[in-house]
Design a protein around this ligand. Structure first.
Ligand code: KIV
Ligand code: ZN
Length: 387
């Protein structure tokens, strides 16, 4: 069976940039947008043009710069937002307007003091209006994760009739379980009239740590676009992490789904976004964290030194990391110590290793990590002793 493509919609520059302290200027956004385009991203959400003159300028400049990806601007469901987004996107080779409105009862009541029927009308009107500017219109049903499926299907039907080409089903509050989110996508696929005219898209937040799992469940159930950010940056606990989605689909060929992202650029992309946004990546972050390919316990180190596949499911080179690392701590064993000595130019015999290992443990119990300088000092004092 032929593998089907999942389009990657990157919203690092819009949802990701909403993180407090992560604000970027236009120049920084252009640097990221250019690299995202080279990475193989299908759609770059460049910003929310009406939100500020700076964001308008960024979307406009990104539209001029990007060569391959579609460039998208966010709007609320009103004419002024849509006019502004259309103006900002006018230089884009492939422009997309992303408009939408809250559809959960809580949003309808508290945000809009409105009714379900009125929301359907406003949603369809917004899409129809956006279509007067661009062919490619994506509709988001904000808080779809907490919107009941029957009503959500009616909203979807109305916006498809109005011309929406992509239906974004956001789990805005990160509430859904993977099974539940997957079933929502399946329900829409099976119950929305005209669904074959639109692509279903997953946009999941990470409040319960399930954003990536939910997005994958959505894709398994028929969504063909995933919205995500580099390093999983985003409001509160963040969005689905792009690097995780790409590598899950790459490692699980059994899913028969793929992306066009060049995974070898992921590590570099992560570092660049982290630097420009001033937001460090947690060391244990999947795929791009500093410890993602670091082994520190003796049992694991022994296995990895014999054969990397014993404890690694991804070849580090696949994500642009030079090599796995063997970290020396008080939990490390003899084989790791010998491996690291060899790495700095010392071959040790079994008897020498037995002695050095006891010395190593004394120091390792006092330090978090033993580095190459510590090893050199150990070797110096050892050669003097036997000397
Ligand atoms: O999380 C969300 O619902 C959003 C929409 C504005 C697409 O970011
Ligand atoms: Zn979001």
């Amino acid at each position: 069976m032929n593998s089907e493509k999942i389009e990657i919609f990157d919203t690092t520059l819009r949802d990701g940039e909403q993180v407090p302290g992560c604000k970027l200027n236009t120049e920084q956004k252009l640097i990221i947008a250019e690299r995202l385009d080279e990475l193989g991203i299908d759609i770059i959400e460049a910003g929310f043009p009406i939100s500020s003159p700076g964001d308008f300028e960024s979307v406009s400049e990104i539209s001029k710069l990007v060569k391959n990806a579609k460039v998208c601007g966010l709007t609320r469901a009103n004419k002024k937002d849509i006019d502004t987004a259309a103006e900002a996107l006018k230089f884009a080779k492939k422009p997309r307007i992303h408009t939408g409105i809250g559809t959960s009862d809580s949003h309808i009541k508290y945000k809009f003091n409105s009714t379900r029927e009125d929301i359907i009308e406003r949603a369809a009107d917004a899409v129809r209006y956006a279509k007067t500017y661009v062919e490619d219109v994506e509709f988001y049903a904000e808080d779809a994760g907490r919107t009941d499926n029957e009503y959500l299907a009616r909203v979807c039907e109305a916006v498809i009739k109005a011309g929406a080409t992509v239906l974004n089903i956001p789990d805005t509050t990160g509430y859904c379980l993977p099974e539940e989110y997957g079933q929502k996508i399946k329900y829409l696929r099976e119950n929305v009239k005209g669904i074959e005219k639109a692509v279903l898209s997953c946009h999941c937040h990470n409040d319960l740590g399930l954003a990536t799992a939910n997005s994958i469940a959505g894709a398994i159930n028929g969504a063909r676009q995933i919205e995500c950010t580099i390093n999983g940056l985003g409001e509160r606990a963040g969005n689905t992490a792009l690097e995780e989605v790409v590598m899950i689909l790459k490692q699980h060929k059994d899913l028969n789904l793929h992306t066009d992202v060049n995974s070898r650029m992921l590590n570099e992309m992560s570092a660049m976004v982290s630097d420009l946004m001033g937001m460090s990546v947690q060391p244990n972050k999947a795929i791009v964290g500093a410890n993602a390919f670091a082994h520190s316990s003796g049992i694991h180190q022994d296995g990895v030194i014999k054969n990397r596949e014993t404890y690694e499911i991804i070849d580090p080179a696949e994500v642009g990391v030079n090599a796995s690392s063997i970290i020396l701590t008080a939990r490390s064993g003899r084989s790791a110590l010998a491996y690291r000595f060899k790495h700095i130019g010392y071959e040790v015999t079994k008897n020498e290793l037995d002695f050095l290992y006891q010395e190593f443990l004394k120091i390792a119990d006092l330090k978090k990590e033993i580095d190459n300088d510590d090893l050199s000092v150990m070797m110096d004092s050892f050669t003097r002793k036997i000397g």
